[in-house]
Ligand binder design. Structure first.
Ligand SMILES: CC(C)(COP(=O)(O)OP(=O)(O)OC[C@H]1O[C@@H](n2cnc3c(N)ncnc32)[C@H](O)[C@@H]1OP(=O)(O)O)[C@@H](O)C(=O)NCCC(=O)NCCS
Length: 155
């Protein structure tokens, strides 16, 4: 039988699994770490993907301004990549942005090809003054950020 992927809003019971996915990528320097405490505080901003009821991916949406949200903490567990799960999470997050009447969705990423496939375009980071000091202060690469900015308009 074909495996079923479900995307839903996260709940506090998911925190430990979210922590492990994010921590794995944070240790590789490709995602900002999130503590268990922060995940509990921000759980309403997270969504999760389940494959046959096993939690295999996550992502979150942060509001940066009146018409702009950022995708953060988007990660698929090793062994489950390349099956369309990341794409489903992005589509779900876009739906959430639309329901908030937000027309621009962005991400800072090393996975440029993935975002281009999902309809984003490359943009200069400098067009996001909202982004600059809000979260980056927690990043080791604050003064040498090498992530690429991508943006999609939802209107
Ligand atoms: C980036 C990531 C979320 C993508 O999730 P995924 O489930 O593997 O991606 P999907 O299977 O939905 O891929 C969708 C499309 O993008 C393509 N794609 C995915 N990752 C790609 C990559 N690294 N390079 C090129 N193409 C890629 C797939 O081939 C697929 O194309 P198709 O629909 O024509 O087959 C996942 O690889 C991941 O967790 N990476 C590590 C963490 C990370 O860097 N997250 C981004 C933070 S912003």
């Amino acid at each position: 039988m074909k495996a079923t992927v479900t995307v839903r809003k996260a709940s506090s019971e998911d925190v430990e699994k979210l922590y492990h996915i994010i921590q794995g990528y944070a240790q590789q320097g490709i995602m900002l770490p999130r503590s268990i405490e922060t995940l509990h505080q921000q759980i309403d901003t997270f969504v999760v993907a389940e494959l046959d009821e096993v939690l295999v991916g996550c992502g979150s949406l942060t509001r940066l301004g009146p018409d702009l949200v950022e995708i953060r903490s988007l990660g698929i567990s090793e062994g489950y990549k390349g099956q369309g799960i990341g794409g489903k999470l992005v589509a779900f997050l876009e739906g959430q942005a639309r329901s908030m009447n937000i027309v621009k969705i962005m991400a800072l990423t090393y996975e440029v090809a993935f975002f281009l496939k999902n309809g984003f375009t490359l943009v200069p980071k400098e067009i996001f003054p909202e982004k600059v000091w809000k979260d980056c202060i927690h990043c080791k690469k604050q003064y040498c950020c090498d992530e690429i900015a991508v943006l999609k308009r939802l209107d």
